[in-house]
Design a protein. Structure first.
Length: 242
């Protein structure tokens, strides 16, 4: 699986190490040393993957992700950082990063994460199976895995990649209770320092986007002591009235 990868890292030794490992696996690699250069390269080259350091001059990695997602660019982003606090990690995921590794990291693990992101991003309708062949509907909520689109009624909902993967998994099996562990597996490959709090943050943000009253959810429900489930509020009301 050969791909074009951009490495945005201002530490020359780290950048060279990552470049060598990527090229060893057959990928073509472009290296830049600051955030603005990373944005320019993504816009010009449209890479298959961006390996992005958080702490960089001119624009940090979090700002780069924020701008790319605001421009609706779906390039997978693997963030590298020396920060290891949960708040920092959750902020990166919330902005739209696809995976996160803290330094120091194993180059072999980094390459495994790269393979996973590339494999996942290249899944087309045939490879992804029946979920991608149809729009998933739970009441007025519609999730289109092929087009990466979400809507509630006539309203289009913008989701980060992590939010979308959670919502698509739950929409494929409405009424099923998903544990936090199962939803974390849907996010696949996030750094070992990220806890189940990651899932809770995504759920909280999804409720703000798909619920009429996020503090009193009727679609994305908590099953106390177990996890979460996605349901059709109109169907639930119909059953209750009968």
């Amino acid at each position: 699986m050969c791909a074009h990868v951009i490495v945005a890292e201002d530490d020359e030794k780290q950048a060279e190490l990552v470049r060598r490992y990527l090229e060893h696996e057959g990928h073509t690699v472009g290296v830049v040393g600051d955030g603005l250069a990373a944005l320019a390269e993504v816009r010009h080259r449209e890479p298959d993957l961006l390996v992005l350091d958080v702490m960089m001059p001119r624009a940090d990695g979090l700002d780069v992700v924020r701008v790319l997602r605001a421009e609706h660019r779906e390039v997978p982003v693997l963030m590298l950082t020396a920060r290891s606090t949960e708040d920092d990690l959750l902020l990166g995921l919330d902005l739209g990063a696809d995976d996160y590794m803290t330094k120091p990291y194993s180059p072999r693990e980094l390459m495994a994460r790269v393979r996973t992101l590339l494999r996942r991003s290249r899944r087309g309708p045939a490879a992804a199976g029946p979920v991608a062949d149809r729009v998933l509907r739970v009441g007025t909520l519609a999730v289109d895995p092929d087009r990466h689109e979400v809507s509630v009624g006539d309203l289009t909902v913008e989701c980060t990649p992590g939010e979308f993967r959670i919502l698509a998994a739950m929409a494929a099996e409405p009424e099923r209770v998903f544990t936090r562990q199962r939803l974390l597996e849907e996010l696949h490959g996030f750094d070992r320092y990220v806890s189940f709090r990651t899932v809770d943050v995504h759920i909280m943000n999804l409720r703000k986007k798909i619920e009429p009253a996020p503090r009193r959810p009727v679609r994305l429900l908590t099953v106390f002591g177990v996890g979460y489930k996605l349901t059709d509020p109109a169907r639930k009301a119909s059953r209750a009235s009968s």
